[in-house]
Design a protein around this ligand. Structure first.
Ligand SMILES: NC(=O)c1ccc[n+]([C@@H]2O[C@H](COP(=O)([O-])OP(=O)(O)OC[C@H]3O[C@@H](n4cnc5c(N)ncnc54)[C@H](OP(=O)(O)O)[C@@H]3O)[C@@H](O)[C@H]2O)c1
Length: 435
């Protein structure tokens, strides 16, 4: 059998997973790849105690790997965007195929990287960049290639899903669960990318590009995290029959593409509402197949390695036949991608959960329903919670029917001006994910 030489750059959580799983499952993996996959060099600043690289050439300079004339596939697992960008471009300039798990790199520099790869007849594969161990990129790139995709919605960040699951099942505060997530290693020391939705935005942009044949771009994406969510909203949502999930949503509409990341109320009856802890899931709705759900571990050393190895097998198999025989990484060649307008969040149509604190006296609710009616918003449910002892104010929760967000914004502004309403109005978008 021919040999295909692999160079792994970065021997951290994922790098060690790839090294170990390839060593453990080499017989099966080689037979699927129809070649001997050999890790001929590793680029790592230091050794990793979880990985015994004894017998493998280890360089302290990752660029040695990108330039090594014997290497066929460079596997970028260092993370970040600056050095990783230089590394991937150097690997391509040196005629290497690239496999990466780096969503930030693909979302920010993907167009330049894919153009460079195409010009040289090389492949850049990135299955592990979205939803860790779930083969969602392969599903979008190949498995659903006979469909017109209508929308997709995903829980694509394990840290935020873990935090929301704990807030939901145990009534805990956001900050308290975040500390535990950091202690357990689910969240980074600086958790901003996760809890502010930036990591999910990177992954959503990658899936949107594949789903709708659009260039990779973060322009116009609406991104909101989970830092402002309060346990009482999670619990009121449950009383109404909904779970709150942090979703990345993209939808093809007649007015453009919706591209948004935010906390969302999802009916309990929807499968994705039952996806808890660090698990990820992506629902895809397409014209021929209908709705499909892809579920599994969104992170972790070996789950992520599973996706990296699938890419390595794919690339190694295709190397004999030429890059053209691979379904392209963006669903089509970069020159065939088409930009579409991204809809402003104010023009999105959806239902809303709103909560505010109102004086408990006659006429207040009718003022509020009047404001909603004047704005053209119809109400699906309204609940007034019992007032705590000694309190004059009660929590009022309203579920609206589908409306344009700009109408809801105007109604919220009006409600906040009422003398009988205290503080600001909390609102969360609702998605039924049923069509
Ligand atoms: N962890 C997951 O579950 C997961 C899931 C999906 C995707 N990913 C993606 O996979 C990639 C790797 O993540 P990870 O969790 O494995 O990160 P990690 O544990 O921090 O590992 C990164 C490794 O790269 C090394 N490195 C960074 N810059 C380097 C440089 N200039 N030269 C040599 N080595 C360098 C680091 O070395 P030092 O320790 O010396 O800094 C570290 O060993 C990231 O893009 C991440 O987004 C991770």
């Amino acid at each position: 059998m021919r040999s295909v030489n692999i160079g792994i750059c970065g021997l951290g959580t994922v790098g060690a997973g790839v090294y170990n799983v390839l060593g453990r499952n080499s017989k099966q993996i080689n037979s699927r790849a129809n070649c001997d996959l050999v890790i001929s060099q590793v680029g790592a600043r230091r050794d990793n105690p979880n990985c015994d690289t004894n017998g493998t050439d280890v360089s302290r300079d990752i660029f040695d790997v990108a330039k090594n004339p014997d290497i066929d596939i460079v596997v970028e697992l260092i993370g970040g965007t600056d050095v990783a960008h230089k590394l991937v471009m150097t690997a391509l300039e040196n005629g290497k195929h690239v496999v990466t798990a780096n969503k930030a790199l693909i979302a920010q520099h993907g167009m330049e990287i894919f153009a460079a790869a195409e010009a040289r007849g090389l492949i850049v594969a990135y299955e592990a960049a979205v939803a860790g161990g779930i083969p969602i990129i392969k599903a979008l790139r190949e498995g659903l290639s006979g469909n017109r995709i209508n929308w997709l919605a995903g829980i694509i960040n394990g840290t935020t899903n873990f935090i929301l699951s704990e807030m939901d099942s145990k009534g805990r505060e956001f900050a308290d669960v975040l500390t535990e997530a950091q202690e357990k290693g689910y969240a980074e020391a600086d958790p901003t990318f996760d809890v502010e939705g930036i990591d999910a935005a990177h992954k959503l942009v990658i899936m949107t590009s594949l789903a709708f044949g659009m260039p990779l771009s973060l322009d116009g994406i609406y991104t909101d995290g989970i830092t402002k969510l309060e346990p009482q909203d999670v619990s009121y949502a449950r009383e109404l029959g909904y779970a709150i999930k942090h979703l990345g949503i993209t939808r093809q509409t007649g007015q453009g593409v919706e591209l948004r990341v935010h906390p969302t109320l999802v009916p309990e009856s929807c499968l994705i509402a039952g996806v808890n802890d660090v698990s990820n899931a992506v629902m895809v709705n397409a014209d021929a197949v209908g709705t499909t759900l892809f579920y599994g571990p969104g992170a972790g050393s070996e789950p992520t390695a599973s996706s990296v190895l699938a890419d390595i097998v794919d690339v190694a198999r295709t190397m004999g036949a030429g890059a053209d025989s691979w379904v392209p990484a963006l669903g089509c060649n970069t020159t065939a991608l088409q930009t579409q307008p991204i809809m402003a969040i104010q023009d999105i149509e959806t239902s809303f959960y709103i909560r505010f604190s109102a004086l408990d006296k006659p006429g207040v609710l009718s003022d509020i329903t009047g404001i909603m009616a004047n704005a053209g918003i119809s109400i699906e449910a309204i609940i007034q919670k019992e007032q705590p002892a000694g309190e004059d104010y009660v929590n009022v929760i309203i579920l609206t029917n589908v409306t344009k967000e700009k109408l809801l914004d105007a109604a919220v502004e009006h409600i906040e001006q009422l003398e009988t309403v205290r503080g600001s109005v909390t609102f969360i978008r609702v998605e039924h994910l049923d069509q």
